[in-house]
Design a protein around this ligand. Structure first.
Ligand code: DGY
Length: 329
């Protein structure tokens, strides 16, 4: 292969960087933190490929700065909402992701959040650790909500939503869902999920779990008007993208007890600022965007991200191509 040059915006788990470095010249941000905007703009200039993470805003300016050599933008993530896919497509540049590889791992974490918020797991842990557990077993201590037998509402019954639904079946939950576009007949049959309107979904769910990719259509889809029609006993779970939820509206809903609580792995701004009111609330469980964070899954993601680049540079089809339309040009 001709020695192509690849910009890698951040150090990551093996094998991505050594795999790419074996075949191409690589320029890696070695600083142990995400690349700054300036570093990205300098780094991508003249490169054949970019390996980025979801923190890198790969917009039209970055794509333009990279120039006409650029053939592939590979994200070390499944979501590609940080990439201007339309602009890349116009220029015939492949945009690739890590696809389905994190599905089961993210579904595990979603269920961990459901259990943690309903049964006050983190609050209980802190109580014991901080020596605030005074009198042993107590009839009134930490009365949570059941998970089994409750209604799980899934917004976005794609791969991860379906994996969550399968887990919910083991908890004898009633599963309802809403998709903006196509129904998922396969999962409907597998787990007995019922398709409902968005309104019915949010009104009936005891746990409302978000699993849609972020796009212009669903930005802030969960907002004040939605919180107002939810049951006061409902928990919101978000392991997808922070921008699906209007965060100030969520804070209002939690403060005014329009809903019972929230389990969040993602935020509008990550990390949330120290004065974000969510950080002072009791009825939340907050995690630092770790849905895919197991050693095994992050390693597989790394391998796929590298293969996506090497395949495109070799004239082959990448494993997960977001914009197959480029081939119709
Ligand atoms: C993704 O890949 O999109 C997750 O949010 C992080 O792994």
């Amino acid at each position: 292969m001709k020695k192509f040059t690849v910009y890698i915006s951040r150090r990551m788990l093996a094998p991505a960087i050594p795999m790419i470095a074996k075949k191409c010249n690589v320029v890696v941000n070695e600083k142990g933190r995400p690349s700054t905007r300036k570093e990205i703009l300098n780094g991508v200039r003249g490169k054949d490929a970019i390996l980025c993470t979801l923190l890198d805003d790969i917009d039209a300016k970055v794509i333009d700065t990279a120039g006409t050599n650029l053939k592939v933008i590979s994200s070390y993530s499944t979501g590609v909402d940080h990439i201007d896919v339309e602009e890349a497509t116009k220029r015939g540049i492949s945009v690739t992701s890590t696809g389905d590889i994190l599905t089961e791992t993210t579904a595990d974490l979603t269920f961990a959040l459901i259990l943690a918020i309903a049964r006050q797991i983190t609050y209980g842990h802190e109580t014991v650790m901080h020596k605030r557990w005074k009198y042993g077993w107590d009839p009134y201590l930490m009365l949570g909500s059941d998970v089994h037998g409750k209604v799980l509402g899934i917004l976005g019954l794609g791969k991860i939503g379906s994996a969550v639904a399968r887990r919910a079946k083991g908890f004898d939950m009633d599963i309802i869902y809403h998709n903006r576009h196509d129904r998922n007949i396969r999962t409907e049959e597998q787990v007995g999920a019922k398709y409902v309107s968005l309104e019915e979904l949010v009104q009936r769910s005891d746990f409302l779990s978000l699993h849609c990719p972020l796009n212009n259509e669903n930005h802030h889809i969960i907002n004040r008007s939605i919180f107002k029609i939810m049951k006061r006993s409902t928990y919101l779970i978000n392991t997808a993208r922070g921008d699906l939820v209007n965060e100030p509206h969520l804070i209002e809903a939690l403060r005014k007890k329009w809903i019972a609580g929230a389990g969040l792995d993602v935020f509008e701004k990550e990390p949330p600022s120290y004065n974000n009111k969510l950080l002072k609330m009791k009825n939340v469980v907050l995690l630092p965007h770790i849905g895919s964070a197991t050693l095994s899954t992050r390693t597989k993601m790394s391998e796929i991200a590298a293969k996506n680049i090497l395949n495109v540079l070799n004239g082959k089809t990448p494993i997960y191509l977001t914009n197959p339309q480029i081939h119709q040009r």
